[in-house]
Design a protein around this ligand. Structure first.
Ligand code: ADP
Ligand code: ZN
Length: 625
């Protein structure tokens, strides 16, 4: 690259530009004067006067150009100008008239641009162009952060150099032990690259962290940097994709250039999918996405390029949609290692709660184990949020420590969003919601499936739930039996069934329940091979993102008859659950009434009271048998 000496001499730079601009201005001024040279200023008169004078035969000769007519009077008056000028108007009669009155007239030849004008018109525009271009190029290249709006080719990566206070280590990350174990090796690569390169081993360049949002992928990467004591560059994939085509690629280049200067170091790219989406997959998109493709290509080039033996730059990237990534990214030498960072299990959640519990003042005897048991499916970020919510609740109540009740309340807040008492239901709506939720509760209580009903509420929460029935799993379950899943379907249909039993009509409130029930039924048939008629075949192909809860697996190629049979079987499973729910609610009609009335008074039923009420429920004979 050319030498950049004067980045920090704005005065000089502006001096040059000003000089050029002034020069151009002077030349332009000159050029506007030049054609007028040799024509002294003469008094201008109205055209009508000129015509009158012609008609009166007092004009001797006229010289007509495009923008003026200069004429000489035949009998000049002493002390007054003899040569006058007027502005011509479009007048076809003029030559005729002049001829009639014996005026000697001539027209100027079409104006030939003077040499100077021609030269200027050739030289000035390119000159301006070059000056402007240079100006922008310098600004874009210039160092220092204060360069303003035109620094769009610079990467916006933030750099952290670990110091004693802000250092994140593996001890700060919990519940993702397998991921930690894999990354420990990366720490080793960064610390002692010689040990590996000496025997000819290739140090990995890219590691892809795959997992749902909030599970600690960023935190883990920071911990790798902290453990290895190397600088950490962090940037989000979406920051590469900009309005200007080419800007993303330039930023990638800049990022790697900076990183190489600080090697050994780590580059962390969050949301890799923003740039790394499969190129073939985007074919159908209108207009394509050149910018993203260029950025991706640049990233691939950079990853192939930097192979410094003793100063490794390791790229960690995070995504929650690995299946959408371009295959080229996953090839050897690129992101060939993939580490799963999943939601924590029971013991993982407990450790995370303990980490964050230490940061607030917990009351004596707070049982985090219970909280961990009640937060199945929470990611690390949710748990951190939960502890903070609990502390806020305690502070709001002017308590000095966080109590169990605060944590319990915080769970619900995190689960269902903040309480929204302001959202008022009409009385008849409230009745429907009450019976609907009690329906879920009774069926859920009687059905197998591992969850016990902990709370029924008809206080609207969050954005969409009008009421809810909170079921807490007693333990983490990794395996569900067919009966469990059937029980879950029946429970989901319990709400709607209650509406049918009590009101004889149905509302739109069950849409989400039906969605989930149908999903489960489809998975039972298509994924888990739980149908007797269709046998233990997986009709759905496993998509990459199963652990993210994705259910939209593409179906294997099946015959029409099989497809029909699958649909029929799914239908039968849901119908079956519906009938079970109806049966249970019909034979517990009185209980349904009692609990619904109670909840309409209190809005919330939970704990022992709920347990007591539900304990008097019973299965109908047909199902029990
Ligand atoms: P991701 O990058 O996977 O979306 P983050 O690393 O940004 O998630 O996590 C957000 C925050 O949640 C972290 O800063 C941390 O406070 C907390 N957190 C998430 N996962 C964990 C974990 N496994 N252990 C401890 N804290 C966690
Ligand atoms: Zn429901």
């Amino acid at each position: 690259m050319a030498i950049r000496q004067d980045d920090n001499q704005p005065n000089r730079r502006f001096g040059v530009i000003n000089l050029v601009l002034i020069g151009v201005g002077v030349l332009l001024l000159l050029s506007s004067f030049l054609p007028n040279q040799g024509m002294q200023q003469v008094p201008r008169v109205p055209y009508s006067l000129f015509i009158n004078q012609v008609d009166a035969d007092s004009v001797k000769r006229a010289f007509i150009t495009q923008d003026q007519i200069r004429y000489e009077l035949a009998t000049p008056v002493e002390g007054q100008p003899s040569v006058l000028a007027t502005t011509p108007i479009f007048d076809m009669e003029l030559p005729h008239r002049l001829e009639q009155h014996g005026v000697e007239f001539a027209a100027a030849p079409p104006k030939r641009p003077s040499f100077i004008t021609t030269a200027l018109s050739w030289i000035v525009p390119p000159l301006i162009f070059i000056v402007v271009l240079q100006f922008f190029a310098r600004r874009a290249m210039g160092g220092g952060g204060s360069q303003g709006a035109l620094s769009f080719t610079k990467s916006k990566a933030k750099v952290y150099v670990p110091d004693e206070q802000s250092r994140v280590t593996f001890a700060d990350v919990a519940g993702v032990d397998e991921a930690k174990a894999e990354l420990t090796e990366i720490v080793d690569f960064l610390k002692k690259p010689e040990r590996y390169t000496a025997i000819g081993a290739r140090i990995p360049k890219g590691v892809l962290l795959v997992g749902p949002p909030g599970t600690g992928k960023t935190l883990l990467s920071k911990a790798v940097a902290g453990e290895a004591d190397v600088p950490f560059f962090i940037i989000s994939g979406s920051e590469f994709v900009e309005l200007f085509v080419g800007a993303g690629a330039a930023r990638v280049r800049d990022l790697f250039e900076q990183a190489k200067k600080k090697a050994p170091c780590i580059i962390f790219i969050d949301e890799l999918d923003a740039i790394g989406k499969s190129r073939s997959g985007s074919m159908g998109v209108v207009g394509g996405n050149d910018e993203r493709e260029q950025t991706l290509n640049q990233l691939l080039t950079e990853m192939d390029g930097f192979a410094s033996k003793d100063k490794p730059v390791i790229v960690l990237a995070a995504t929650n949609q690995p299946e959408t990534l371009d295959a080229a990214l996953l090839r050897p030498g690129r992101f060939d290692r993939q580490v799963l960072v999943d939601r924590p299990d029971l013991s993982g959640r407990l450790t995370i709660l303990e980490i964050y519990g230490k940061k607030v003042k917990l009351a004596e005897g707070v049982d985090l184990q219970k909280i961990a048991a009640a937060t199945s499916g929470f990611a690390g970020a949710d748990l951190a949020n939960l502890v903070n919510e609990a502390a806020l609740l305690a502070a709001r109540a002017y308590r000095t420590t966080v109590e169990q009740a605060d944590l319990n309340e915080a769970i619900e807040r995190v689960v269902a969003g903040l309480e929204k008492r302001s959202r008022v239901l009409q009385d008849d709506e409230k009745r429907v919601v009450a019976y609907h939720e009690v329906g879920h509760a009774i069926v859920g209580h009687l059905m197998p499936g591992g969850s016990k009903v902990a709370k029924i509420s008809i206080v609207p929460r969050g954005m969409s739930a009008l009421g809810y029935t909170l079921q807490l799993p007693t333990e983490d379950r990794f395996l569900n039996s067919r009966e469990d899943l059937q029980g879950q379907i029946a429970t989901l249909l319990g709400g709607r069934s209650a509406e049918e039993v009590v009101f004889g009509k149905i509302t739109t409130g069950a849409a989400n329940d039906l969605q989930r029930a149908t999903d489960i039924a489809e998975q039972m048939v298509g994924t888990f091979g739980m149908s007797d008629t269709l046998g233990p075949l997986a009709y759905d192909k496993q998509g990459g993102g199963r652990f993210l809860g994705g259910t939209n697996n593409p179906r294997r190629v099946v015959s029409d008859a099989t497809a029909q049979a699958i649909d029929k079987e799914v239908r039968a499973l849901v119908d079956n659950g519906h009938n079970t729910a109806l049966g249970i609610l019909n034979s517990n009609r009185d209980l349904l009434e009692t609990i619904a009335q109670r909840i309409l008074e209190k809005e919330v039923i939970e704990g022992d009271e709920l347990k007591e009420l539900l304990s008097s429920s019973h299965l109908p004979e047909a199902v029990a048998a």
